[in-house]
Design a protein around this ligand. Structure first.
Ligand code: ADP
Ligand code: MG
Length: 330
């Protein structure tokens, strides 16, 4: 990365540097010579740390650890961060809780407003907030009052889960009744059809300027390893409607699936950049770049177009000294 003469570059810290979402954001922003990309993760083996110079790396606690937000604030001060972009679900609420402190310290947070975060991070609240905007599968808190009133199979999953953890399919009312008591779970109508992820870009006021649907062709350990973007007005409108209904800002991801009649129905919203961001960028909408511009006060285009594109992925290696891996600062 070339240092531009004179003007200080905008220092942007991206968290979750071990994940594909962070790496996509970092690679997009690093193309801008006016931006200096910095990387943070809880794990000193996180690959993205080694895509930036040693002076731009930071180790931070897990998002749900006590003292997480204060530790991130310290790193922002140490690294003279101007913009913080979190990419990890567990980090979003703790950062939102102290967003005024970041603002006071001169750090701009790329983070959805509290209402959007509250809805996107609780699938039961999301379902009720989006009913009336898009088709929402029947969703109730677990345990349900009347198991006989449901069609089977159905889905039981955590209200606040991620990464497909603890999602189960139950085949009958007897199975549902016999299932162990589980706090914080919900019961949802099973959607048997094709599944899509719609990446959404909105400005700081929540005006949606792009919705790019993706079909996940192959998934390995919860990560899409091959996929394609899809031009489809229904999918684009679906993603944009959900984002607008909850007030999502910057980059988010709306997941949906077709019901037995083929109609699109809502699964969940991730209020952060998704791991398949490179495909959306390659399709023509560079969401990280545009979201950063929006955060900095620029106007976004009214509508950003994209072209259908397919993606296959592979692992890539970086080689660094052992001392570098052992020496990242916490
Ligand atoms: N109602 C549903 N019908 C069919 N499949 C579902 C349903 N809910 C979840 N799934 C499956 O489980 C996966 C994970 O569920 P999701 O709601 O996306 O939660 P998370 O990704 O946060 O764990 C989905 O990608 C989908 O394949
Ligand atoms: Mg999901």
């Amino acid at each position: 990365m070339q240092r531009s003469e004179g003007r200080r570059r905008l220092r942007v810290l991206v968290t979750g540097a071990g994940g594909p979402a962070a790496i996509a954001v970092m690679q997009s922003l690093a193309e801008d010579p006016a931006v200096e990309v910095l990387a943070a993760d809880m794990d000193n083996w996180a690959a993205g740390l080694y895509l930036v110079p040693p002076s731009g790396r930071a180790i931070i606690p897990a998002g749900d650890a006590a003292g997480f937000a204060a530790a991130v604030a310290d790193q922002c001060e140490r690294l003279r961060v101007d913009v913080l972009i979190p990419t990890v679900d567990a980090e979003l609420r703790p950062l939102a809780a102290v967003r005024h402190q970041f603002a006071a310290a001169g750090v701009q947070l790329m983070l959805a407003p509290d209402r959007a975060l509250g809805l996107a991070l609780d699938k039961l609240a999301l379902a009720s907030a989006c009913a009336g905007h898009v088709r929402v599968p029947r969703t109730e808190a677990y345990p349900v009052a009347d198991p006989a009133s449901w069609s089977y199979p159905l889905i039981v999953k955590p209200r606040m889960g991620s990464g497909s953890r603890d999602v189960s399919v139950l085949g009958s009312a007897a199975e549902l009744t016999a299932a162990p008591a589980r706090d914080g779970f919900l019961v949802q109508e099973f959607l048997p059809g094709e599944e899509y992820s719609v990446d959404v870009l909105a400005d700081a006021g929540g005006r949606v300027c792009a919705a790019v649907p993706r079909l996940r062709a192959r998934i390995d350990s919860g990560v899409s390893v091959a996929g394609r973007t899809v031009r489809d007005d229904d999918l684009e409108t679906f993603g944009a409607s959900v984002a607008a209904a909850i007030g999502l800002t910057f980059i988010g991801n709306v997941q949906c699936r077709r019901d037995r009649t083929g109609q699109l129905a809502l699964l969940e919203v991730n209020p952060r950049p998704p791991g398949s961001m490179p495909l959306t960028i390659a399709s023509g909408v560079d969401m990280p770049k545009l979201a950063l511009a929006a955060l900095r006060g620029a106007d976004l285009p009214v509508h950003a177009e994209f072209a259908e594109t397919a993606m296959v992925r592979f692992l890539a290696e970086r080689f660094v000294t052992v001392a570098e891996v052992e020496g990242v600062l916490a």
